[in-house]
Design a protein around this ligand. Structure first.
Ligand code: HPA
Length: 283
């Protein structure tokens, strides 16, 4: 019987074959909605569509290219997953996190996840960058944890801890880099919802009340699997819109707003990531 581990190894093998001329990367980056341009600053880049990898789920949403770009960023060999698939597209949560298993099989030891998120702090602004300190995996807590089902002990332990899932050392480093760049860096808890509908105002007030600073439709399951896999995680949210906790009669959130803020703020996210990677490279 082929297991998920076999499939991930086959995809990683295919990736190794395609990227064989490049220095082996131990760091990976996943770009969120509107942030695909982060991959444009990779030097000596080789790119290929993820459909070239066996078993890889196919992305359908606008703003998610479904490409892998590898090369060096700030001198560090890196694999960039440009675009991800989302739970709301109808994939199982295991399919959504399959790419993390491929990264694990490829030998990735450190994962930087980025996403677009709605800010629940009304004093924040669209375009702010938030360092993820922790998450609330609402789908995971209510029956859609990617680790449900039989555990493959070769991939990770049955009951992995999730304290400090967002690596404290990487967070401290990111704060230092942001300060050196004069960049305002927010920090807080990312709450995952399944989407695709945006939240009602009552839901937004609920998410804020349970301790969230940002809300989005991805990332948490990837981080759960990455931690299961022993991969270190750094998470950054681009706050693309501020939650309308008490909306005026004509106020609505839109995907266009999310993509547009992403485009505008991408250069700041690139500088921050370059700073972080170059600091990691000189560790
Ligand atoms: N809600 C959920 N997901 C999001 C949002 C939001 O307001 N903005 C970007 N992704």
């Amino acid at each position: 019987m082929t297991t998920m581990r076999d499939q991930a190894r086959a995809a990683a093998e295919a990736m190794r074959a395609i990227l064989s001329d490049l220095p082996p990367a131990r760091t990976a980056l996943i770009t969120g909605s509107g942030l695909g341009a982060l991959a444009d600053s990779v030097e000596g880049a080789l790119r290929f569509p993820t459909r070239e990898l066996p078993h890889w789920p196919v992305s359908t949403v606008e703003g998610h290219a479904g490409q892998i770009v590898s090369g060096t960023l700030a001198g560090l060999p890196i694999v960039v997953m440009q675009g991800r698939v989302h739970f709301y597209e109808g994939y199982t949560i295991q399919a959504v996190t399959f790419p993390i298993r491929v990264l694990q099989a490829y030998g990735i030891e450190r994962l930087i996840v980025t996403n677009a998120a709605g800010g629940l702090e009304t004093s924040w602004q669209a375009g702010d960058i938030m360092l993820i300190s922790d998450h609330i995996n609402l789908p995971g807590m209510t029956g859609n944890n990617p680790l449900m089902g039989p555990n493959d002990d070769r991939l990770g332990t049955r009951f992995p801890p999730m304290e400090n899932a967002y690596n404290p050392r990487l967070r401290a480093l990111t704060r230092q880099v942001a300060a050196a760049q004069g960049l305002t860096l927010r920090e807080g808890v990312y709450v995952m919802v399944s989407g695709p509908s945006f939240e009602t105002a009552a839901e937004l007030r609920f998410l804020k009340a349970i301790g969230g600073q940002a809300v989005g439709m991805s990332t948490a399951p990837e981080v759960v699997v990455a931690r299961h896999a022993g991969i270190e995680v750094l998470g950054l949210s681009l706050i693309t819109n501020i939650a309308r906790l008490n909306p005026a009669p004509d106020e609505l959130t839109s995907h266009e707003e999310v993509l547009e803020t992403g485009t505008h703020a991408a250069p700041r996210m690139v500088s921050l990531l370059q700073g972080v990677l170059s600091a990691l490279g000189s560790d």
